[in-house]
Ligand binder design. Sequence first.
Ligand SMILES: Nc1nc2c(c(=O)[nH]1)N[C@H]1C(S)=C(S)[C@@H](COP(=O)(O)OP(=O)(O)OC[C@H]3O[C@@H](n4cnc5c(=O)[nH]c(N)nc54)[C@H](O)[C@@H]3O)O[C@H]1N2
Ligand SMILES: Nc1nc2c(c(=O)[nH]1)N[C@H]1C(S)=C(S)[C@@H](COP(=O)(O)OP(=O)(O)OC[C@H]3O[C@@H](n4cnc5c(=O)[nH]c(N)nc54)[C@H](O)[C@@H]3O)O[C@H]1N2
Ligand SMILES: [Mo]
Length: 662
Amino acid sequence: MVKAVGSQYRYNPLGLEFAGNWWSHGRILGHQGMYTEPDDKHIDVLILWGSNAYVSHQIQHARPTIRAMSESTDKMVISVDPRLSETARMADLHIMLRPGSDALFLRGLISLIVARKWQDQAYLDTWCSDWPRAKTWFENFDYENAFSVCRVPMAQAEKFARILTTKTWGVHQDLGIFCGRHNTLNSYLLLTLMAVTGNLEIKGNRSLDAWSWKGPAGDERDENIWRTVETGRFPVCGVYPTGVMAKEILSDREDRLRILFTSMANPARSWPDSQEMAKALERLELHVVIDIVMTETAEKADYVLPGKTGFEAYQWSTFQVTTPEIGCFMKHPVIEQIGERKENGRIWMDIMRAMGYVPEMDKKMYQKAADSVKQKNSAFFMASFLGYMKKHLDQKDCATLMLVDALSRPEALGSVSRAFLRAALATSPISDRGIVERAGFGPSGICKFLGKFGKTKKLAQLSTMDNVFWAADENPSGVICGYANPDPVEFAREHIFYPDHKIRLYDDTVNAHIGDITPDKESALLDSEEKYPMVLSAGNHADGGDNTSMRNPDTYQYRKPFTILVNPQDAFLLKIIDGEEVLLSTRAGSITAPVEYSFKARRGCCLIPHQYGLKSGRGTYGSGANMLTRSEDIDIITGNPFIRFVPCRIDKMNSQTAANAR
Ligand SMILES: Nc1nc2c(c(=O)[nH]1)N[C@H]1C(S)=C(S)[C@@H](COP(=O)(O)OP(=O)(O)OC[C@H]3O[C@@H](n4cnc5c(=O)[nH]c(N)nc54)[C@H](O)[C@@H]3O)O[C@H]1N2
Ligand SMILES: Nc1nc2c(c(=O)[nH]1)N[C@H]1C(S)=C(S)[C@@H](COP(=O)(O)OP(=O)(O)OC[C@H]3O[C@@H](n4cnc5c(=O)[nH]c(N)nc54)[C@H](O)[C@@H]3O)O[C@H]1N2
Ligand SMILES: [Mo]
């Protein structure tokens, strides 16, 4: 849709969590659409860095995996988290660093490793083309002082460094690092640590094979990539930082953002700075929202279009979370459609057709699409389709839409989502690399025979991907549709996108900023807050819900009420009793909420959950975390926000503060 209307501006929550991480993959591995995760079946040590996976389930079978590794005598779990999270409680080693000090800690750790000559030099010599240049960032660096600023005892840092350099380890990084201070450098340095210890790609941490889609390569140094007009920001993997969207709408420039299409997102609640976002959404000249409920965002729209719920629609997912297995999931509708709702994709398709972006082809093509579904063999249809496109080059920008349109018609797959999966598989980066073949997929019928000849090889490949599609479609609980390359050297070569298949650890942008990550500068900044002396983790992904998707107040009787988690010792000094209503303020605004005494909060820090503050027919329960975040507080490199590090203060309520809060 974005491409069809001739824009490049795509905003979604990936520009709020992954931007720094993907950018770093782009620089180090040569492609932004990469994502490394722990190779959990082959590691001795599982590190959860800024991740509360025991609650957020962001790794495969999170609870059994963490429990088994923690209980095993020869394996271990390490948590790097400022607070005693549920995951940290399960860990064999808990590095309880000061919030917001990850970049400094990582620079210190790598420097310690370099100073002791503990790096995996053989790995660096084989796989890295510019280590001597990057190494200078870690030489003569005062790591002892750095650890002291991070509040990590020297002996613990040393023990950690020894584990990192002698064991095979894998790390899952999450919002603590993605949404903290210096989040881009956090991810960059963590990838560097993997490389320096020989744990990147070849063992320990593996890039996932995004099985149906690999995001656009993306590199802001390419001048064809648009910058935002007001804030001058670039996209990562094609997605712009959520933190600047409101400013792009509120800009005075002629070419500001004027029209917005929103689907499956609630920026008014979920993206930084709810107050500013509300103003921005009011100002839009056209805003169309597709959702399944009347959200805070939908309330401000010109048109609200009812999408089918997940119960009524086909939906598929591309999240692969482990190696070597690559899963494929196609969920079918489980109830009859209610009312006039339409599939999200169908709504987009209808809008784009009305706008003239889905040209009609000859009737024959639609017949061939329908036949390809009946025969479960799309190879010949695809070949005719390509032939058709060759004759209609003026329509080439609409090709994907036309393909999905043909496959989604009632006489074919009958669903845009299903058709899109079929089309995505046809161009999938996992086809033709032996990945699906390792899981037993191959061409069938005549395509198998034709596959033996040079020119018709493509038909065999399309037939193989057909078989993947139908296996997924017929097994709604999911199928393993591929296995990553078992040969570590080949695997690494496949996942390093520079022509020489060597990683790059030196980068000019990083070089321009890493000099600021010193014990002196960081300690001055971390201690500079007088008015807001505490740190708020604004919007923990706690176990009382899943993002903003549980809105019905009836569910609150089964969930924890909305509270501010405060360490009892802090509460004692503030003279606040458990359950007392207090005023929590940041530079963005204030909310009132009851305090909950909890040792899950580190001293000097407090937490509020992400999933509250949602309007419903019976009022609003709790407050949205983004009432307390600002769109200015974003990473200097990629614009990813600091929602895990919000300077704040807690005040006792008296009649005056209570009046101000109202
Ligand atoms: N139950 C439940 N599960 C969910 C979700 C949900 O809402 N509820 N949401 C899903 C989504 S969309 C996501 S993105 C994931 C998020 O999953 P997680 O990232 O695991 O979520 P959080 O617990 O919010 O944050 C992770 C940890 O970062 C720590 N942290 C805070 N500041 C710092 C810091 O400066 N440094 C370090 N190293 N750590 C820090 C916090 O203490 C916290 O324990 O969860 C997913 N799963
Ligand atoms: N302060 C703060 N802000 C945060 C976070 C935080 O920790 N702190 N976490 C961030 C993270 S990691 C994420 S992922 C985002 C999540 O924030 P959002 O992207 O807003 O995601 P959700 O709340 O999961 O759901 C978005 C919308 O999708 C709608 N929806 C559900 N099913 C369907 C469907 O089938 N069709 C359509 N059209 N709509 C549907 C829901 O009703 C909901 O309104 O929030 C981010 N914002
Ligand atoms: Mo997320």
